[in-house]
Design a protein around this ligand. Structure first.
Ligand code: PLP
Length: 408
């Protein structure tokens, strides 16, 4: 099948991009928060909600068979997408946050004890900080932090000392939702593994922009959200190496995750169901597979070329704006840019630009410690997706300059 290599063909698949906002054609640059959905994703959600609807795994009737098949096929699709070795290594969750909480609670319950430590980086989303704080508090373990330098890069020179014998797990983002830099996860994983320490990679931002191969990366866990990958909200994935997942206790109890239940003792279902208690979002999971199929239908060479063009243009143009500070510089990055401008509040800028039809993110970006690291209270972020054009980037830069003038 021919892969799509034309941005107008891609845009046609996204009805949301057709709308006007504040009487201006929408320029949607808040993809790091959530992406728009292609027609094939919303069509499947509608189709299932309006008919192909029966609870999975539980019944012999036709509708249940159909939804079960869609759900399990989706697991297969995600397995291939991540190049996981086994289908049982793919656990459906409600998102990145749920997946991290699952690992923190379950892995932490089994493997953390008083005096142990968990290592994260200074550039984590709250979702990759708070779950670890919760389990560390419960277990009397310590949360250690790998700092970033002024450019936003991990202080790899400090890693050796930080990875001491107390560290039982490392959990880091592949790409920070603020800095947009592609972190050297493979180097970190290899160092951690040489000390027998497993690593979880938060792929919420990277999975949309990079090719992920969990076997090549050799991460022990990889997590992402469906809604940032052109899929439905309330969906997400935890990939985990089978041997580790098998050793970990269930996180939530309920239907579908059990083998036998008596009042005295319950035995658990094998992977992956052990971690999928209750009725899952089976419609969402099936639609997530459609989103993955959409991504697979794109010409990778074309999308990467397009992304490089946007990155080069944005970095160059942003650097020309007086008083603008870009966070995350020097090195490979995705098309996500967070910045501040002297004397102008990001929220005011975001509001004016909304009036110009441009959707941006402003605020603490769910990364308060990183805001503190750079001594700011808030930033403004423009994040691009495969359907964003270079013309939109140009319109963004012109509008930003106009908005700054209005506020200065
Ligand atoms: N991790 C990173 C790097 C993110 O960017 C986000 C969301 O922005 C999350 C975790 C949390 O994702 P979700 O809210 O979909 O669970």
């Amino acid at each position: 099948m021919n892969k799509t290599a034309d941005i107008n063909d891609i845009r046609k698949l996204f009805p949301a991009l057709e709308q006007s906002v504040n009487s201006k054609k929408l320029v949607y640059l808040d993809n790091g928060a959530t992406a728009q959905k292609p027609q094939q994703v919303t069509d499947l959600v509608n189709l299932m909600n309006s008919g192909i609807n029966g609870n999975i795994h539980r019944a012999v009737h036709e509708l249940s068979s159909k939804t079960t098949e869609l759900y399990e096929n989706s697991r297969e699709e995600v397995m291939l997408f991540l190049n996981a070795a086994h289908r049982e290594e793919i656990i459906f969750t409600s998102g990145t946050t749920a997946a991290i909480n699952l690992v923190a609670a379950s892995f932490g319950d089994k493997f953390l004890k008083r005096g142990d430590a968990v290592l994260i980086s200074e550039a984590e989303h709250h979702s990759n900080i708070v779950p670890w704080q919760l389990i560390c508090e419960k277990k009397g373990a310590l949360l250690k932090v790998l700092p970033v330098d002024d450019c936003g890069h991990w202080r790899m020179d400090m890693l050796d000392a930080l990875l001491d014998e107390n560290v039982k797990i490392v959990s880091v983002s592949h790409v920070s939702n603020v800095l947009g830099l592609i972190n050297p996860v493979e180097e970190l994983i290899s160092m951690a593994h040489s000390r027998g320490i497993p690593v979880m990679v938060d792929g919420a931002q990277s999975v949309v922009h990079l090719n992920i191969d969990v076997q090549k990366m050799d991460c022990d866990f990889f997590v992402f959200s469906g809604h940032k990958l052109y899929g439905p909200t309330g969906t997400g994935v935890l990939y985990g190496k089978r041997e580790l997942l098998e050793e970990m206790p269930p996180w939530m109890g309920g239907g579908d995750m059990v083998e036998t239940v008596t009042f005295e003792k319950t035995t658990y279902a094998p992977l992956p169901l052990k971690f999928e208690a209750g009725t899952p979002n089976f419609i969402g999971a099936a639609a997530l597979a459609r989103a993955v199929m959409f991504v697979n239908s794109l010409d990778k060479e074309f999308t990467q070329k397009q992304e490089h063009a946007v990155v080069n243009f944005m970095v160059e143009e942003l650097s020309k704006i007086e008083g603008l500070k870009l966070y995350g510089t020097q090195g490979d990055r995705i098309s996500l840019f967070s910045f501040t401008i002297d004397g102008v509040h990001p929220a005011d800028l975001a509001m004016i630009m909304d009036k110009m039809g441009i959707a941006l993110r402003s605020g603490q970006m769910c990364a308060e410690p990183l805001m503190r690291r750079y001594g700011v209270e808030a930033m403004l972020r423009a994040s691009f997706a495969v359907y964003n054009t270079l013309e939109e980037a140009e319109y963004f830069i012109t509008s930003l300059k106009r908005a700054i003038k209005m506020l200065s």
